[in-house]
Design a protein around this ligand. Sequence first.
Ligand code: NI
Length: 436
Amino acid sequence: MGTVFSNVNVWTPHCESTAPVDVRVEGGQIAAITSPGSAASPGDDVLDCAGMLALPGLINAHTHVAMALLRGCADDVPLHTWLEEHVWPIERMLTPDDVYWGSVLGLVEMVRAGTTQIVDMYFHVDAVGRAVRDVGLRANLSYGIVADSMDDVGRRELETAEGVVATWHGACGGRIRAAVAPHAVYSCGEDVLQAAAKLAGRYTVPIHTHLSEAEKEVDDWSNVHGVSPVATLERIGVLEVPTLAAHCVHVSEDDIERLAAHGVSVLHCPCSNAKLGNGVAPIAAMQRAGVNVALGTDGAASNNNLDLFREMRTAALLQKAIRRDANILSADAVLEMATENGARALGLATGTLAVGAPADVVVVDLECAHVQPIYDAQSALVYASHSDDVVDVMIDGAFVVREGNLMTVDEDEVRSEVKVRAGRLRDGMAHPGTAA
Ligand code: NI
């Protein structure tokens, strides 16, 4: 038995939607795309999607999903103050159960907004993995390694990272995969970065890291080392491994050439970069140089939501504003960033709606007043639609959201668990040293 999205308009990379079609799903794959009314077989579950648009599931290419629990804990401060004085002290209070419930909260928010796949970096990763399993998304999971050198601390960090890969790469029928994630060049010694790259190579998984996010970070690094963080990663051989680099806001033309030459995928997080006062990444220049740029939200503590519809709109607007050029980063290009480019970064076949592709399908209502009338579907999606317009979300052939209802976890339970835990963290912030 299959599922048919009947009489639906479709947006998919490099393919203009001309007329409604039937999209039939069977066995976790898109089995057929045919003219309306012709796809259903006896026993199929047929959804009438008139007035709606199907698109491939959105891919959040850089996040720390559990940080949904820290949403709003510290706003309006710069990156290093935010990290050192606010986020890290709170994170030291987090238990694995906190990370589980924070992750469930973030995943619920994301899947309701049409995100079907995430690239995550955090700690207590087994709890993140359980949350991904329970809510039903696809994910690439990794442990954020922080160590000055390969001393006892460094070796323990690498062991933890390897444990994540061994446990989660290929889990849940392949829905979950893994990466090795040295947090950043400034938080990991050279030998740690090299050991991480070696580990990633051994398991054939990518490196996931933060790179050249803040101006001060890059200036300080370059003053001490004489070369940029990107050049450092190249010199020590890390870029020989497929690399996913979040941010890349402060990169020179030479850096961009290096990223292109090594096939690095840049994970662009425009809202987080703007909110932390870090600037706007030169992604139009990167794309011209042939760099694959995917789209991420970063964590909810620096965004403060995990909504890729807002992120797409912001990405397009910021790039046009800062370049003073309305032609760059079209609606189509930004949709490709949020779908196909994310899949390309991960080496996966998701991010498209085509026969034989994995059935990650998002259905959006285009009849809402704030979207009507429709002259151009991609314009509607990027510039006018809200994430609340998402009606159905199918991942790997299974509905996670159907007709606006979440199918996998109890949202009331999620909300009450999160409130209790946030209350404890608030007390811990007010009285340091008292929270477990
Ligand atoms: Ni990040």
